[in-house]
Design a protein. Structure first.
Length: 533
C-alpha cells in the first residue's frame, strides 16, 4: 500500500472499512493534485495555467439519478414527494459493489469542512477516483488546519468513482448513473458521472438535512457584506445571477452559493466558488473572469482553442453549463472568515422566462415567504441533463433538488429569521424583458446592478412606488441610472395585450403551484397570491 500526504501512518481507509485501494493519496496540496491530474491525462493546462477538464455525457447534475435511503430515521423526516427513495438492502448492495470496485484503484482522499461556523459545520471525507475532482473539492469546501487532520473523524463520507456503473435491478437505480446517500449512515456514493458538481451538492444536501433540527437555516444563496456591515443574501437557482451579483468590488464576498443563518448571523458552507462561464466577459464580470486567468482554477466543460489553449467562453458547443471552480481568495475582496452579521437585505433572484416580472420589487414578509416557497425561475440548458433551451419552473426554496425536508420547514425558518432581524426583502428579475424567451431580451446586467445598489444602499426606502397589477408587490417608479420603461414590463412589449395574456398565464401557474403549500402557511401568506382579475 502506498500512502502520500502528511503524517502517513495516521491515514488509512481500512480504518473506515474501505480497504483494497491500490494507492491512497491523502490531503494533497493544490499543486500536487494539479500535477497528478496533468500527468494522468485527466485534462490540460490553459494558456494561463488553469486546469481544464471535460466531463463527457454528464455536463450537469443528473437529478433523476439521485436517491436517499429510506429507513427508520428518514421515513418521517424526508420530503419524499421531492426525493427519490432507495431501500436499505439496495444501498447495502450498492455499498458492497462500490467497495469491490474500489479495489485496485488509485484514489485521492480529502478531509474537509462543510461550514465556516465551528458550531455548525460538518466534517466531510471525500474520496475521488480523479485527481482533478480532488482539486475541485479542495477548492470548494473549507480546508481544516493541518493540525486537525490526524484526529479527523468524518461525519459524512463521499465516494466518487466515475468508472463505476450501477445495476438498476440490483441497486434500485434508474440507470447506470447513481448518486445515492444514506443520511443515517453519513455516506454518499456517486458513480458513472464525471460532473464535479455532484460532490459539492452532496455536502449541501447533508447540511440541508442536519441544520434545521438545530434551528439553523441552510440556504441556496450567495452572500456579501458592505463596508458598514450591512450583509445581504441572494437566493436563486443556477443561472439567475447569484455568483455574478454577489461579486461586487464595493462589497466583501462571503460566498457564492451555500450559506447558513444561525443565531449568530450568516456563514458560508464553502471555501470556494463554482461560477458559470458561458458568455463570461472581463468587462461585465471582471472578478469572476479574473479567476479563469489564475493558476489552479478548474475550468469544467469550457472550450479551448486547440493551438493556444485560450478559453472561449462564448462557445457553448460542449454545454451552456461551463464552469470555473476556484478558492474564495481568488476574489480580491473575499471574506477571510466566511462569516457575517444578520442580513439587512434578502434578495430573491428569478430568471423570468415569460418576461412578465419587473426588474425589482419590494416584498412584504408574507410576500417574501410566498415567493420563497414558490421559487419561480427558469432552468437554463445544461444545468441539468436533458434540459434544452430555457424552461419556466417552480423550484421551492430556490433549491428543491437539494432539500431533503419539506419546504415548510425552510420557509418557516426563513420567515421567523426575517421577522426577528427586520431584513428588507426584494424580488429581482434577471430574466427577460420586452417579451418571453426567444422574443424578448435578457435583462441588462448594468440595470440589475444599479437597482441592487439602490436597494442595498437604502435608496429605495422612500421612493415612489406603484402596485403591480398582477402580483400586488411594490415596484419603484423611477431609479437613477435605469430606464423608466424597464420598470414597467408591459411598456417594453410591442403588444400590450399580448403581455396581459402572458401575465395571466403566469399568474395561473403560480396559483396552481402554490396549492400544495396552502395548508402549511398562515392565511396572510395565501392572501399574497397573484391574481389575473
Amino acid at each position: 500500500m502506498e500512502y502520500t500526504g502528511p503524517t502517513v501512518s495516521s491515514f488509512s481507509l481500512a480504518k473506515q472499512g474501505f480497504a483494497g485501494a491500490k494507492a491512497e493519496h491523502w490531503n494533497l496540496s493544490a499543486k500536487q493534485l494539479y500535477d497528478q491530474a496533468l500527468s494522468r491525462g485527466e485534462g490540460v493546462a490553459t494558456n494561463k495555467g488553469a486546469f481544464a477538464a471535460t466531463t463527457g455525457l454528464h455536463t450537469g447534475r443528473s437529478a433523476q439519478d439521485k436517491f436517499i435511503v429510506r429507513d427508520g430515521e428518514t421515513d418521517e423526516t424526508v420530503w419524499w414527494d421531492n426525493n427519490k427513495s432507495m431501500n436499505s438492502e439496495q444501498f447495502s448492495a450498492l455499498r458492497e459493489d462500490f467497495l469491490a470496485h474500489l479495489e485496485g484503484l488509485e484514489v485521492f482522499v480529502h478531509d474537509l469542512h462543510g461550514g465556516a461556523d465551528p458550531k455548525h459545520r460538518i466534517k466531510a471525507r471525500v474520496i475521488t477516483e480523479f485527481a482533478w475532482h480532488g482539486l475541485f473539492i479542495r477548492h470548494l469546501l473549507r480546508r481544516p488546519d493541518p493540525s486537525e487532520l490526524p484526529d479527523f473523524e468524518p461525519e459524512l463520507t463521499i465516494i466518487n468513482l466515475p468508472s463505476f456503473k450501477a445495476d438498476p435491478e440490483r441497486h434500485g437505480s434508474r440507470t447506470e448513473t447513481v448518486i445515492a446517500g444514506s443520511l443515517s449512515e453519513g455516506l454518499v456514493l456517486i458513480g458513472n458521472t464525471e460532473y464535479a458538481g455532484e460532490t459539492k451538492k452532496s455536502v449541501f444536501g447533508a447540511l440541508n438535512y442536519v441544520l434545521p433540527a438545530k434551528g439553523v437555516m441552510p440556504m441556496h444563496c450567495s452572500a456579501n457584506v458592505g463596508p458598514d456591515g450591512d450583509a445581504a443574501l441572494f437566493f436563486g437557482l443556477s443561472g439567475t445571477g447569484k455568483t455574478t451579483l454577489s461579486s461586487d468590488a464595493n462589497r466583501t464576498l462571503i460566498g457564492d452559493d451555500e450559506h447558513g443563518w444561525s443565531e449568530d448571523g450568516i456563514f458560508n458552507f464553502e471555501g470556494g466558488c463554482y461560477a458559470k462561464t458561458i458568455r463570461l466577459s472581463q468587462e461585465a464580470e471582471p472578478e469572476i473572469y479574473g479567476t479563469t486567468q489564475r493558476w489552479g482554477s478548474v475550468l469544467e466543460n469550457v472550450v479551448l482553442d486547440p493551438e493556444t489553449r485560450v478559453p472561449d467562453f462564448d462557445d457553448g458547443s460542449l454545454t451552456e453549463n461551463g464552469r470555473v471552480a476556484y478558492p474564495l481568495d481568488y476574489i480580491p475582496n473575499a471574506s477571510e472568515t466566511g462569516v457575517g452579521p444578520h442580513p439587512k437585505n434578502v434578495i430573491m433572484l428569478t430568471a423570468d422566462a415569460f418576461g412578465i416580472l419587473p426588474p425589482i420589487a419590494r416584498l412584504t414578509p408574507s410576500q417574501a415567504m410566498y415567493h420563497f416557497l414558490s421559487g419561480y425561475t427558469a432552468k437554463v440548458a445544461g444545468t441539468e441533463k436533458g434540459v434544452a433551451g430555457t424552461q419556466a419552473t417552480f423550484s421551492t426554496c430556490f433549491g428543491a433538488p437539494f432539500m431533503p425536508r419539506h419546504p415548510s420547514v425552510y420557509g418557516n425558518l426563513l420567515r421567523d429569521l426575517i421577522a426577528r432581524h427586520g431584513a428588507s426583502c426584494w424580488l429581482v428579475n434577471t430574466g427577460w424583458t420586452g417579451g418571453a424567451y426567444g422574443t424578448g431580451s435578457r435583462m441588462p446586467i448594468a440595470a440589475t446592478r444599479a437597482l441592487l445598489n439602490a436597494a442595498l444602499g437604502g435608496h429605495l426606502d422612500d421612493v415612489a412606488m406603484r402596485k403591480d397589477t398582477f402580483f400586488g408587490f411594490e415596484v419603484p417608479v423611477a431609479v437613477e441610472g435605469v430606464s423608466p420603461e424597464l420598470l414597467v414590463p408591459r411598456s417594453t412589449w410591442a403588444d400590450g395585450e399580448a403581455y396581459d395574456a402572458q401575465a395571466a398565464k403566469l399568474v395561473a401557474m403560480f396559483q396552481e403551484n402554490f396549492q400544495k403549500f396552502e395548508a402549511y402557511v398562515d392565511p396572510d401568506v395565501n392572501a399574497t397570491a397573484p391574481s389575473a382579475a
